[in-house]
Design a binder for this molecule. Structure first.
Ligand SMILES: [Zn+2]
Ligand SMILES: [Zn+2]
Length: 77
């Protein structure tokens, strides 16, 4: 039985996504490669070199992907 809320799609022009900083239990910032940059590099070069590491992630995606500010801007369109 599905009981999904449709609140998020009420007004698509206003972004509801939030960029948050991920911390460990010890309050240290977790740093991971930006998902957006990772995909871009992979598509451009066919492999992934060392990319930008960030501690910010999209808290509104189920998988909580890490994003840098630039990629989050794209993601949040
Ligand atoms: Zn990025
Ligand atoms: Zn997201």
């Amino acid at each position: 039985m599905l009981s999904l809320s449709s609140d998020k799609t009420k007004n698509p022009k206003i972004s509801t996504r939030t960029l948050k900083i991920m911390y460990t239990a010890e309050k240290k910032k977790i740093r991971r490669m930006c998902t957006g940059c990772y995909t871009q590099i992979k598509e451009a070069e066919g492999r992934v070199a060392a990319g930008k590491k960030v501690s910010t992630y999209c808290s509104d995606c189920e998988q909580q992907p890490f994003f840098c500010i630039e990629c989050f801007g794209q993601h949040n369109k």
